[in-house]
Design a protein around this ligand. Structure first.
Ligand SMILES: [Zn+2]
Ligand SMILES: [Zn+2]
Length: 283
């Protein structure tokens, strides 16, 4: 089975491409001109003289690697271990001088690269949107944070892949997705009082040796619903009496003062209706 890899130019070298091919991974990537290892190609000037769409291909038989230099608005250098030099197609480009679309020659490798490059570029862009902004003293922690950011982006993209066309119109934004994941990681399977416990030194009121009455439950501040994972984790979902009556989170037409300690939402619990149970049992 062959895998297919597109990488950013600062990682690409002919040695890497050859090594990856040995492992069964095929590559198409941009490559820096100082890593061509003696492979000589026409200069940018020569290509620009030949006009837009001019290109030059060098092919190395033993490794099956090709290097393509293509001149569009500027010169682009691409290397690949699976796309040969033979394919050239025409593509439509906007010409600034002529102010119209013109047909330009384009080696097939450029098309393959552009088609797949979007993924690498996009993932990087998404990861940059809400980066974990911690500056640790230990440098390698940054790599860990980057991997967490990237995993979150990949998770979000997978979530979007699984949406139906109708759902896709109202997909969850990346920021909300991150908040949900964080929320679930903090709360799933954890005790409710541990979550709401204050940081720092315990105050007198929290002192377990003082025999005061338990403090009243905190007011329901939560606006959004808890994530499904938290809701169904069957840990510490105890009923509490809320300060104010309000609409039930589940059935929407019942008014109740009964709430869940962990989820912080109002839920009915009457003779005919047990929204509390249903909310914590069904997906
Ligand atoms: Zn209800
Ligand atoms: Zn609950």
């Amino acid at each position: 089975m062959y895998y297919f890899e597109v990488s950013l130019s600062w990682f690409t070298s002919p040695e890497l491409i050859v090594e990856l091919k040995k492992m069964g991974i095929l590559t198409v990537a941009t490559i820096n001109r100082n890593r061509l290892r003696g492979c000589t190609l026409k200069s940018d000037k020569e290509l620009s003289k030949a006009g837009r769409g001019a290109y030059e291909v060098k092919y190395e038989k033993t490794s099956g690697m090709s290097i393509v230099k293509w001149y569009d608005n500027k010169a682009v250098l691409l290397a690949s271990s699976f796309i040969g030099p033979e394919h050239v197609e025409r593509c439509r480009r906007w010409s600034k001088e002529k102010k119209e679309y013109v047909e330009v020659d384009r080696p097939h490798i450029v098309k393959v690269y552009n088609h797949n490059m979007g993924g690498v570029d996009l993932a990087d862009m998404f990861a940059a949107l809400y980066r974990i902004d911690i500056r640790p003293r230990r440098w390698y922690l940054r790599i860990l944070y980057y991997l967490i950011d990237l995993s979150l982006v990949n998770g979000w993209l997978l979530y979007r892949c699984h949406l139906t066309q109708k759902q896709e119109k109202k997909y969850m934004p990346l920021l909300d997705f991150r908040v949900k994941v964080a929320d679930a990681l903090i709360k799933v399977g954890k005790q409710a009082d541990l979550i709401s416990r204050k940081r720092g030194r315990p105050s007198l009121e929290d002192d377990p040796t003082s025999h005061q009455a338990a403090p009243p439950p905190p007011p329901l501040q939560r606006i959004s619903a808890p994530s499904v994972d938290v809701r169904l984790d069957r840990c510490d979902h105890f009923p509490i009496h809320a300060e104010k009556r309000g609409r039930c989170r589940l059935c929407k037409n019942g008014y109740t003062q009964m709430a869940c300690l962990k989820c912080k939402v109002l839920l009915c619990f009457t003779k005919d209706k047990n929204c509390f149970l249903e909310y914590h049992m069904t997906k």
